[in-house]
Design a protein. Structure first.
Length: 123
């Protein structure tokens, strides 16, 4: 009985060690994702220009857009849109998307009000 218990413990220990080894090898082979081609965190806190954090397509604040002290990314701030005519116009961005068939888009939105008639995009 004791011999069977010892064998079972060795088998379990060998399985656990094998699992740790595979996890360790997978961690060594993991690669960091590439830096984005274009990105903005809107941390300027003043002026009428939003500089690009990644890439070189800056933007101009227009209409009902204000700099905000809300800080979702720990970078110093953000922009707040009035919900009617506020935009950030990025003229150079059209070139960044030319000839792309696939791309990812990530945004952080904090809505003051919600409802079925609320939209965020105009394309």
């Amino acid at each position: 009985m004791i011999k069977k218990l010892m064998t079972a413990r060795r088998f379990i220990a060998a399985g656990v060690m094998t699992a740790f080894m595979f996890v360790g090898i997978a961690s060594l082979n993991a690669q960091a994702p590439p830096a984005p081609d274009n990105g903005w965190i809107f941390s300027e806190q003043g002026g009428e220009t939003a500089g690009a954090t990644f890439g070189d397509a800056g933007g101009t604040l227009s209409g009902g857009v204000e700099w905000s002290t809300e800080d979702p990314f720990g970078a110093g701030g953000s922009v707040s849109f009035d919900g009617s005519d506020g935009t950030v116009v990025m003229e150079d961005l059209a070139e960044a998307f030319n000839d792309l068939s696939n791309f990812s888009l990530s945004i952080w939105i904090k809505a003051n009000d919600t409802g079925i008639d609320k939209g965020f995009w105009e394309a």
